[in-house]
Design a protein around this ligand. Structure first.
Ligand SMILES: Nc1ncnc2c1ncn2[C@@H]1O[C@H](COP(=O)(O)OP(=O)(O)OP(=O)(O)O)[C@@H](O)[C@H]1O
Ligand SMILES: [Mg+2]
Length: 323
């Protein structure tokens, strides 16, 4: 009887103990769970806030990372991710503005000569065709506008080719001094009409051999020299200088023309960019020359730079690898 009682007593004690242990475990679980949840919520909240704020305002919250536990690391990654996305969005916006500006410029440049041609054709059809004093003149003017459109389309072809994945270059060894003289001859009559002297710096008469695409460098020299005449002053000059820089030849084209304001210099090599549209409007051009020039030089692994002072003149400089 005593044994049975004794056994019963120990079983009750056991259950009591179990109950107490379970109770302690339960309380501990709730306390740990409560604090853990609070802790995690705090950390996740920062990440959530960063993402949410980025979605709404496209700006990044400056949530400081204090110590380096796992969640802080995740937050750091989210921060870097949003920074990257922000950069991409800005890049796409710039490209989109550029695209809109490009299409606007292109349609303007095509419309102007097209309307001129249309005007002359309609005038001729309206009776001017039988007027010997005007018919030839109108046809000549229409033909000039056709030439302008052809030149624009050729420039567009050049820039599309130059901006393509890889501009094919036919490199060869040639004398850049000799080529400059050839381009001088091509531009002689244009320069003469503004009484602008095209000359080489006196100490630069000897040959300088480079390794480059001769035809494309002819285009570069033509664009730069033509600009120096177009935006030059009457009775001024354009001087080409060559500097031996060991591995390369530095070519400088210096004029004493109207010059370019500092604010325009960073955008000068963009497609269709023309300084002061109203001033440039009466000078024929589409603003593609320098963009093509830059692309050709970049395909050769070189860059182009410019310095200019309004009223004093401009100097464009680029390098070519020596042969
Ligand atoms: N030597 C220069 N002196 C002063 N301004 C210049 C000179 N060269 C270029 N510019 C300015 O830079 C602009 C861009 O030149 P760019 O050669 O690209 O175009 P463009 O001469 O207007 O047209 P085109 O496509 O026929 O060359 C010009 O419109 C002009 O305002
Ligand atoms: Mg030009």
């Amino acid at each position: 009887m005593f044994l049975v009682y004794e056994n019963l007593h120990s079983i009750t004690d056991f259950y009591k103990m179990l109950l107490v242990v379970l109770l302690i475990m339960g309380v501990t679980f709730f306390i740990v769970n409560f604090y853990l949840e609070k802790f995690l919520l705090e950390k996740v909240k920062v990440i959530y806030k960063t993402i949410n704020n980025f979605k709404r305002t496209k700006t990044i919250l400056n949530s400081e990372v204090k110590d380096s536990d796992l969640l802080e690391e995740v937050n750091k990654d989210v921060h870097a991710w949003s920074q990257d996305k922000l950069g991409r969005i800005e890049e796409l916006q710039i490209q989109e503005n550029f695209r809109k500006e490009f299409i606007g410029n292109l349609s303007h440049e095509l419309k102007t000569p097209l309307f001129t041609i249309q005007g002359y054709i309609l005038t001729l059809l309206d009776g001017a065709l039988d007027d010997p004093q005007h018919n030839e003149l109108f046809l000549k003017k229409a033909a000039k506008s056709v030439d302008r459109m052809t030149a624009l389309l050729e420039d567009l072809d050049s820039i599309t080719a130059a901006e393509g994945a890889e501009l094919p270059l036919l490199k060869e060894k040639f004398d850049i001094v000799n080529l400059t003289n050839e381009v001088f001859e091509l531009l002689e009559s244009t320069a003469a009409s503004s009484k602008i002297e095209l000359r080489l710096k006196s100490s630069n008469q000897k040959s300088e051999f480079v390794n480059a695409d001769r035809e494309k460098i002819t285009q570069v020299l033509t664009n730069l020299l033509l600009n120096s005449v177009k935006y030059g002053n009457k009775e001024g000059y354009t001087e080409v200088r060559f500097y031996d820089m060991d591995d390369t030849i530095l070519i400088e084209i210096k004029d004493d023309g109207i010059g370019i304001e500092e604010e325009h210099l960073p955008r000068l090599f963009e497609r269709f960019y023309r300084v002061d549209k109203s001033r440039s409007r009466h000078i024929a051009g589409t603003g593609l020359g320098l963009a093509i020039t830059k692309h050709i030089l970049e395909a050769h692994g070189h860059d182009i730079s410019v310095r200019s002072t309004v009223g004093k003149g401009s100097t464009f400089a680029f390098s070519l690898t020596k042969a």
